[in-house]
Design a protein around this ligand. Sequence first.
Ligand code: NAP
Length: 200
Amino acid sequence: MRGIGIFGGTFNPIHIGHLIVAQEVLSAFKLDKIVFIPTGNPPHKDKEEVAPALDRYEMIRLAISGNSGFEVSDIEIKREGYTYTYDTLINLKNVYNDKMFFITGYDAFKDSITWKNAEKVYKMVSFIVVNRGELNDKLEKEINEIRINFGVDVNALKIPNIGISSTEIRYRVSKEQNIRYMVPDSVLTYIKDNKLYRGE
Ligand code: NAP
């Protein structure tokens, strides 16, 4: 019972890699819960490739149903204009009194220094940096450098290598290839019913 895990991302779409990350973090850090926060209108993403925020939110809602340790928040998808993690954290501080851990992939963490008010973000949360591939000595060294240079509380966690990405899933859907078991069945049905990722 150490706090709340904030799992921000595009989730375009959510897949079992994300769910495994969230469950591993919940268990390893004994957090109260994990809150998935799909991005609204990502400032750094090509709009063509990203499914509507409401669809991405809905797919998360379906994927996490039945897990009492998981929640999804619409805080970013409801916001007008670009969404920045700093603004999200300011809002979340009013909702949760608990310590916040921001869960991110290794690459996003390395880029975090370019985020709006990055140094304030570093003071507001601890980071849990996960790698879906190998967390090798080089990566650990780089994470340590950021920790030391910016005084961030960073925890690295090695996650089983699942080798599934949202990019791969979108590609497969566009080619009418199988994605069963890469996403929960409910998400598969949602993608089909709503004709997402067909590349039309
Ligand atoms: P993203 O698009 O969801 O992820 C980027 C890449 O990292 C994708 O290849 C993704 O794979 C992979 N990834 C996602 N979760 C991972 C994990 N747990 N382990 C390993 N790889 C993972 O995310 P993003 O756009 O980088 O954003 C991440 C968070 O940072 C969001 O909350 C976003 O709002 C925040 N952010 C903030 C700012 C800012 O405030 N200025 C700027 C950039 C990002 P999949 O495609 O398979 O998910």
